[in-house]
Ligand binder design. Structure first.
Ligand SMILES: NC(=O)c1ccc[n+]([C@@H]2O[C@H](COP(=O)([O-])OP(=O)(O)OC[C@H]3O[C@@H](n4cnc5c(N)ncnc54)[C@H](OP(=O)(O)O)[C@@H]3O)[C@@H](O)[C@H]2O)c1
Length: 243
């Protein structure tokens, strides 16, 4: 079935790959911040729409989400502009999108949010973590504390929402290596890294997985074909966002 899809953070490295994958079957709109990015969106066979999470009002997002089936959130400050900007985009921008979905009259679209693995209560180390996971978690938290903090606040906010269906995809470290079409998906360890191609492919599969609602799904490099690994994780029905 052809869906109406909108991607927030549409010119991002994952989002451009996602638009290319989705646009062969679905009607895709990609939100960009500058007209200079419109050509790249058109090259991905998607329709550009100019809005900024920091500048545009909630009502503009809500209007853009009307009559859409799926909203993807793949935006992020990318560490540019200090903690203030990370908070403004990764947290306040995400909450603006959640509120804008709630403000849609009639049928509300589903949300697929790109979060990250290991976004959790820093005081509670998950039972399945190995010594290697704990060491990697410590290293990453030391290197990018503001990112981890504001992503966690956004995810906690989303986890409480009940008026629309949502799924969080929680990839490990991203690379620009070519995708392998394989991964480990579901409750897993924090490594190895995963190609943006493979993250985009899993996001594309989630467009038609309404049954992933309410789940946080971890994703790292691995050996299981993506569709099989995702299907098994969804059928298990266990969220990897542990609060
Ligand atoms: N890097 C990692 O290892 C890693 C690991 C796990 C999860 N993630 C998450 O994966 C997601 C996608 O990653 P990526 O590599 O595709 O990121 P990316 O290339 O940095 O894309 C982020 C997009 O967000 C957009 N953005 C920034 N501020 C905005 C605003 N005010 N309004 C609207 N859009 C705005 C950027 O727009 P411009 O192009 O105009 O700057 C950019 O296109 C991110 O949410 C990231 O946090 C990353």
């Amino acid at each position: 079935m052809s869906l109406k899809i909108i991607i927030v953070g549409g010119h991002g490295k994952v989002a451009l790959r996602l638009a290319k994958l989705l646009s062969s079957r679905h009607e895709v709109t990609s939100i960009v911040r500058t007209p200079e990015h419109e050509a790249d969106i058109k090259a991905a066979s998607a329709t550009p729409l100019q809005l900024s999470l920091e500048e545009s009002p909630l009502s503009e997002f809500s209007k853009a989400f009307e009559a859409k089936d799926v909203v993807y959130f793949s935006a992020g400050a990318g560490g540019k502009g200090g903690e203030e900007r990370t908070k403004a985009v990764d947290y306040e921008g995400a909450v603006k999108v959640f509120d804008a979905i709630e403000a849609v009259q009639g049928k509300k679209p589903r949300l697929v949010l790109v979060s990250a693995i290991d976004i959790r209560d820093p005081e509670k180390i998950p039972a399945h973590y190995t010594e290697e996971d704990i060491a990697l978690s410590k290293r990453v938290r030391g290197a990018i504390p503001a990112y981890i903090k504001w992503k966690y606040e956004a995810d906690k906010n989303l986890a409480k929402r009940t008026t629309f269906k949502w799924t969080m995809l929680r990839p490990g470290g991203l690379t620009d290596e070519p995708g392998t079409g394989k991964a480990t998906i579901g409750r897993t360890h924090l490594s190895p890294t995963i190609a943006r191609d493979d993250v985009a492919a899993v996001l594309a599969l989630l467009a038609e997985r309404e049954d992933a609602a309410g789940l946080g799904i971890d994703l790292v490099g691995g050996e299981t074909p993506l569709a099989d690994a995702l299907d098994a994780a969804i059928k298990k029905g266990e969220t990897d966002f542990l609060g």
